[in-house]
Ligand binder design. Structure first.
Ligand SMILES: Nc1ncnc2c1ncn2[C@@H]1O[C@H](COP(=O)(O)OP(=O)(O)OP(=O)(O)O)[C@@H](O)[C@H]1O
Length: 599
């Protein structure tokens, strides 16, 4: 056949295929409305025979174009499906269920991408609608029926659906309702369980379930669980409290980067094992094992290594029900004999109230939980309070101040031993740079029996971890000039391929900051940021355009170099060397001028 013949033979087919496409566009809305059975595919990929006939549009292009149109069409249906599912979750209407089934049918018949079909099925599963139930039932509520007939049919459908749902819930409590059902897992038999099954039939419960689902997807599921705990009347207050402590410290809660603490993973692991575990265990079990939760934790180590930071974060985790109390040793001390003990007693005897959130859910107004909830007292500069009695070596050489301090230590011992009653369970976290100054009686088992050193960052990895805590947000905001700055950020616009990546930069800085404490590393990050801001402000002042300020404000490698010098100049190199080489706190005490101090 000649080229001309070919063209003549092709013309009718081209016209036919264009007409078919236009017709398809008109037919589609009718399918959406459910008036046509979605049995035949309305968007067909061109057959191989047609392509062979020599269409002037390349077969690949045509295929792609049709696929794009098909995907858009299916995405429209997916949106439709999502809004139907949202309404179904809240109302539970059988009519909606039928429509959802119909839309899914169309998607399954029409979608060219299997992933889109799976997406639709996943959405349906996620909403808790069982896939087997989405029969393409033709709704009996047809046009042409009287209102009364429609209502009767709907009522009948609803009754049927509720009966099915109830029996399904009993058999299938762990399966297809996925997230929703697993969250409200009841005991397999008994009254409570049936109450839950019944209550799940009410629209307001669907709405609540949906909110809870949202929270759990956003990782905010503690509220749900605390509500469940607090509402269980059979549980003792101390059991509720220990469960809340368990929740607060579970999973990755003790991970340093989540807490904003770098390089102290070993310390955190030890605190978790020795302090958190007994507090989170059921009280009955502790009783049976003959164990008591720890009453005192001593964190000691060089200045600026994160003791205060750690104590505050621990306090929040160990005491999720009430705020922690933070006092500084010198604040408690008073020059008048008797006043210091009084101050100390007040700290123990006046714990802050538990949060209202935990009170309002309790039938007794929260009184029993109030008495059972732990009170965490953080005592900074603990050595000011708890210094060895009788002066150094017990020689009693400290005059009135020494006498006052002795009675404070006695008071503290009385509180920790339970001689002087405590109104609520109490954990004291003492922080000191000089453990050896603490009165030995306080360090005996049953008092500050857990003593953990908070060391300076000794390895490059530990310093990287601390630098990461202090630079993560500037990196994520695209204000740190590195090769892998977030796309579209100010840093990404200025970055070049020869720059280090974020991880490489941290490694370099950590290597340069050998001997720096956590506080100094935090200082380096702050100083680098302020160098960058200073430069950006200068640019802004000369151009007077706010856009230029925002664009120019990125922290560079050079900013960090200047910052390291700033910190070295202000603190002095020798301090860092001393810090890096001192492995135990006792090394410090030998040269400690404070040890001979007399007030
Ligand atoms: N390990 C660390 N991880 C992250 N930041 C740290 C770390 N250590 C110290 N820092 C930073 O240094 C600041 C000061 O640390 P912090 O007050 O906790 O040290 P400290 O050991 O209690 O010091 P001091 O004994 O002088 O009271 C913290 O607020 C924090 O910004």
């Amino acid at each position: 056949m000649t080229g001309e013949h070919k063209r003549k033979g092709l013309l009718p087919f081209v016209i036919y295929s264009q007409v078919l496409l236009v017709a398809t566009a008109f037919v589609r809305p009718n399918v959406l409305a459910g008036r046509f059975p979605p049995s035949t595919s309305l968007i067909s990929l061109p057959s191989q025979a047609n392509v062979d006939r020599g269409s002037n549009i390349s077969a690949t292009n045509q295929n792609e174009e049709i696929l794009v149109k098909n995907n858009k069409y299916i995405e429209g249906l997916l949106e439709n499906l999502t809004s139907l599912l949202d309404r179904w979750i809240i109302t539970g209407s059988p009519k909606l269920q039928t429509r959802i089934g119909n839309v899914l049918n169309i998607i399954e018949a029409e979608a060219k991408e299997p992933e889109l079909i799976k997406k639709a099925q996943r959405n349906i599963q996620r909403a808790g609608l069982s896939l087997e139930r989405r029969q393409p039932e033709k709704s009996t509520v047809d046009l042409g029926k009287t209102d009364e007939e429609k209502r009767r049919t709907e009522a009948e459908q609803r009754r049927q659906w509720e009966a099915d749902r109830r029996s399904k819930a009993v058999v299938d409590q762990h399966s297809s309702r996925s997230v929703l059902s697993s969250r409200t897992t009841p005991s397999p038999t008994g009254e409570n369980f049936m109450k839950q099954v019944d209550s799940s039939l009410y629209p307001q419960n669907f709405a609540r379930e949906k909110i809870e689902l949202q929270k759990s997807l956003e990782g905010d599921n503690v509220d749900n669980q605390t509500e469940t705990l607090a509402n269980d009347p059979g549980k003792s207050a101390s059991a509720k409290v220990s469960e809340l402590v368990a929740l607060a410290g579970a999973g990755s809660s003790f991970e340093g980067q989540n807490l904003g603490i770098g390089g102290l993973d070993d310390v955190l692991a030890e605190v978790k094992r020795r302090v958190w575990t007994p507090l989170a265990a059921p009280p009955l079990l502790l009783q049976e094992l003959g164990i008591q939760p720890v009453r005192g934790l001593l964190l000691y180590g060089k200045p600026g290594c994160g003791k205060t930071l750690l104590a505050r974060k621990l306090g929040q985790m160990l005491s999720p029900l009430r705020p922690i109390t933070v006092v500084s040793g010198p604040e408690v001390m008073d020059k008048f004999v008797g006043s210091s003990e009084k101050n100390l007693r007040e700290v123990f005897d006046n714990p802050p109230d538990i949060y209202d959130y935990f009170r309002i859910r309790e039938s007794d107004g929260g009184e029993s939980v109030e008495r059972a909830a732990l009170h965490v007292i953080v005592m900074d500069e603990f050595d000011a309070i708890a210094r060895s009695r009788g002066g150094r070596g017990g020689s009693g050489d400290q005059g009135d101040a020494g006498v006052a301090r002795d009675s404070v230590v006695n008071q503290l011992l009385a509180k920790m031993d339970g001689v002087d009653t405590l109104c609520v369970p109490t954990l004291v976290i003492g922080l000191t740079n000089k453990r050896s100054l603490i009165d030995p009686a306080l360090l005996r088992p049953g008092r500050f029996e857990v003593q953990i050193e908070v060391p300076p960052p000794r390895t490059v990895d530990q310093r990287v971890s601390i630098l990461q805590v202090h630079t993560r947000s500037m990196h994520e905001a695209g204000r740190l000039l590195v090769r892998d700055a977030p796309i579209g950020s100010a840093a990404a616009r200025q970055a070049t391929i020869d720059l280090p990546s974020y991880d490489e930069l941290l490694q370099m800085l950590a290597a340069e900051c050998d001997g720096f404490s956590g506080a100094s590393l935090a200082g380096v990050s702050r100083a680098a940021a302020s160098h960058s801001l200073e430069r950006a402000i200068e640019v802004f002042a000369s151009h007077a355009r706010s856009g230029s300020l925002l664009e120019a404000c990125v922290v560079t490698r050079e900013d960090f170099s200047s910052a390291i010098n700033d910190v070295l100049n202000s603190v002095g190199t020798d301090d860092f060397k001393e810090e890096a080489s001192a492995d135990t706190e006792d090394d410090t005490n030998d040269n400690d001028p404070d040890t001979d101090e007399a007030d």
